[in-house]
Design a protein around this ligand. Structure first.
Ligand code: GLU
Length: 420
């Protein structure tokens, strides 16, 4: 398989076949606008210094300042960061946010660092990328293994560098430092809203839809919690170390409590019927809805044929490869794509940025109802495009996003304008 970025770009080609776009647009979206690499020298607790590779990629800013999270993971590399920035560009366009797309990453296993080391690493990231980011230029946020506290340190470091607090430089901050109500569960909630908004079309209902969810971090947990509260049966759950399956249903809140206490999901359900399995087995287990909420490249050409779920809701970024898409499509599996299904996070990040800029803060009800209002027309439009053009939902979402980006590029003039 080629690199992740090359794979990601295939989506654009597929979408371009279904939309009349000026060649200028595709030319502009071929490569990232700019990518900066740095090595972060960080003082360890024992007094030594270690260097960590770090990147930030601003993919395209035609529609506004660039937006996207920062990931801390041992496997992060420039190719992955570019792919993730590409996806953010389309996600922001699909959600109709006035942002382009970006992403950042540090190649690190945060579990091997102390809290104080993570703070120094996070501050070093901002020092290295201070001129690259900014409240009107590029606005980071949390992603895999980064959280509110890290965002708070980063905002604080940026404020110290420019000489005044600048909360709008980063989103996903703690509430008391200018964060937004409702940001913590926004990605999971957005996925839940999209599912409920299209429940008739997708044929799901709390009574009959049994759910398997891979990835029990912030995103997966909140989506599982909301589904469980609505009466859906969660029959499978996994984190990076283990997976559990119980056809009677698992209470995700109790499972999280168990994970917090013991550090693992294994043993979370004690009714004696729970089966423990590998992550790979969980993906292929019997269910009505599969929710990948971990990392990219989980459903591939290798295992797509064995997937039993007729419906997939992508809460992770890029969990399904183009190879797998072709197989799933042939099998009649519907995939609600990442750039729609997980757009709730960046949408509430946008709300946080707006609140920081205006200095006026919203209630939780306002945040949640506006999130729904933002996602509703987009989910409906993607479904409509899928039906009208006879294409899968992912291609439909890309067509929808590409249309918005293309209009923005065309507003600066294309060949057709200058030659008439
Ligand atoms: N990391 C999240 C994503 O992949 C959120 C990005 C943001 O809020 O800017 O969508």
């Amino acid at each position: 398989m080629s690199g992740l970025f090359a794979e990601a770009r295939k989506r654009l080609k597929a979408a371009a076949k279904h939309l009349e776009v000026d060649p200028d647009v595709l030319e502009k979206l071929k490569y990232p606008k700019e990518t900066l690499a740095a090595s972060l020298m960080v003082r360890m607790d024992d007094g030594s210094r270690r260097s960590f590779k770090a990147w930030r990629c601003r993919y395209d800013d035609t529609r506004g300042p660039t937006k996207g999270g920062i990931r801390y993971h041992p496997q992060v590399n420039i190719d992955e960061v570019m792919a993730l920035a590409f996806w953010m560009t389309f996600k922001c366009a699909v959600a109709n946010l006035p942002f382009g797309g970006a992403k950042g990453g540090v190649s690190v296993n945060p579990r091997q660092l102390s809290k104080a080391e993570i703070e120094r690493l996070s501050r070093a990231y901002v020092q290295a990328f201070a001129s690259f980011i900014g409240p009107d230029r590029d606005i980071p946020a949390p992603d895999v293994y980064t959280n509110q506290m890290i965002m708070g340190w980063m905002a604080n470091e940026y404020g110290a560098m420019v000489g005044h607090p600048t909360p709008a430089v980063i989103t996903g901050k703690p509430l008391v430092l200018g964060g937004s109500l409702g940001r913590e569960d926004a990605t999971g909630r957005g996925g839940y809203y999209v599912l409920r908004l299209l429940e008739k079309e997708l044929g799901v209902s709390p009574e009959k839809t049994r759910v398997v969810l891979q990835g029990f971090g912030n995103v997966g947990y909140h989506c599982a919690r909301l589904l469980h509260e609505a009466g859906f049966r969660i029959i499978g759950l996994s984190d990076s170390t283990s997976a559990i399956y119980d056809s009677d249903g698992i209470d995700p809140v109790a499972a999280m409590e168990h994970k917090r206490k013991t550090g693992a999901l294994a043993g979370a359900s004690t009714n004696g019927k729970t089966v423990e399995m590998s992550n790979a087995e969980l993906l292929e287990s019997e269910c009505d809805l599969l929710i990948p909420a971990a990392l990219e490249n989980q459903i591939t050409g290798e295992n797509a044929d064995n997937i039993k779920a007729p419906l997939i809701l992508e809460l992770a970024n890029g969990p399904t490869t183009p190879d797998a898409d072709a197989i799933l499509d042939r099998k009649g599996v519907t995939v609600v794509p990442d750039i729609l299904a997980n757009a709730g996070g960046v949408t509430v990040s946008y709300f946080e940025w707006v609140q920081n800029k205006s200095g006026y803060y919203w209630t939780l009800e306002e945040v949640q109802s506006r999130l729904r209002q933002f996602l509703e027309p987009e989910a409906t439009r993607v479904w409509q495009l899928k039906q009208d053009k006879g294409i899968d939902m992912r291609t439909a979402a890309y067509v929808h996003g590409l249309d918005r980006i293309a209009q923005a590029v065309a507003a600066h003039g294309t060949k057709a304008y200058f030659s008439s």
